[in-house]
Design a protein around this ligand. Structure first.
Ligand SMILES: Nc1ncnc2c1ncn2[C@@H]1O[C@H](COP(=O)(O)OP(=O)(O)OP(=O)(O)O)[C@@H](O)[C@H]1O
Ligand SMILES: [Mg+2]
Length: 274
């Protein structure tokens, strides 16, 4: 693991910048008080990177994700995606959002859920409506073969979140913004979902920004982890996770993984409560 500090925010190995966050400050007014949810955030993300935002509750992870995705406007600073504003990028369907709860349309079958979103995007460039064989194949890659006709409520939470994840990738947005997508799952399902996500990410050209409270999740998934701290919301440390790809469950027993986890824990502890 490299020992970069929060001051060095250039993208890893000088790779070209895709998303540029420059001096972003975001204020919220709460009952006559001003909360600085984000203070002077600088961040460069390269195309295809898997980046995590790790930090305690209230440190501004969701806010940063929303500013990057053009859902919140910064009070100061700017976000650009491939040189355009976040707003333009959002209008151009550059972003897919994966929330905490599975994002499936309840009255549609799994097959219709997957087809539905691609239909919405038919006008936009390369997206096509998937045929039944493609949908079947897509669902089978996430262990949902034979569930094409099932409705979301007939599936377990883990199955729904798998379908939701596969749908997000099928949509084909170049950037996926994931806000604690596995938070509602049990520990075992959650561990499986990590490797499913990595598999989908590795087969696509997607840039992922992943919000999590989990140190182990951040360490096994990411190319780079931004450790955030609260009061005001800021980036406290930047850590490159130098583990080989593709990653697999056995790596969680390796000393390199434990070292990465230990480093992130130390970062969190050092910057907590200041
Ligand atoms: N819409 C809003 N209006 C007012 N204050 C907000 C709003 N959204 C966030 N905040 C405040 O901004 C700060 C950062 O919130 P944010 O939701 O980004 O934190 P977080 O790191 O995602 O936390 P968690 O891990 O609990 O989801 C908090 O103090 C929160 O109260
Ligand atoms: Mg949040």
């Amino acid at each position: 693991m490299s020992q970069m500090t929060a001051d060095s925010v250039a993208s890893p190995s000088g790779a070209t910048e895709f998303i540029a966050v420059r001096g972003v400050t975001k204020l919220f007014r709460q009952r006559g008080r001003t909360v600085e949810a984000l203070h002077d955030i600088d961040l460069s993300i390269r195309r295809g990177e898997f980046l995590s935002l790790l930090g305690p509750s209230g440190c501004g992870k969701s806010t940063l994700l929303r500013v990057i995705g053009g859902l919140h406007t910064a009070d100061r600073g700017s976000v650009t995606v491939g040189g355009s504003s976040a707003d333009t990028a959002r209008a151009g369907k550059q972003f897919g959002f994966v929330p905490q709860a599975p994002a499936l349309v309840p009255w549609k079958t799994l097959a219709q859920n997957v087809r539905f979103l691609t239909t919405l995007h038919r006008g936009a460039e390369v997206h096509q409506v998937m045929n039944n064989a493609d949908i079947r194949e897509l669902l089978s890659t996430v262990g949902l073969a034979g569930f094409e006709k099932a409705y979301p409520h007939e599936l377990s939470g883990g199955m729904q979140q798998r379908a939701s994840l596969v749908r997000a990738f099928a949509l084909g947005a170049p950037i996926l913004l994931m806000d604690e997508p596995f938070a509602a799952l049990d520990e075992i399902t959650r561990a499986d979902m990590r490797y499913l996500l990595l598999d989908l990410w590795e087969r696509s050209n997607t840039t992922v920004i992943f919000v999590t409270h989990s140190v182990t999740e951040a360490a096994i998934l990411s190319d780079r982890v931004m450790v955030m701290a609260a009061g005001p919301g800021r980036i406290a440390a930047e850590r490159i996770i130098d583990l080989a790809r593709p990653r697999h469950a056995e790596m969680e027993d390796e000393p390199e993984f434990h070292a990465a986890v230990r480093q992130l824990r130390t970062d969190l502890r050092e910057h907590h409560g200041r």
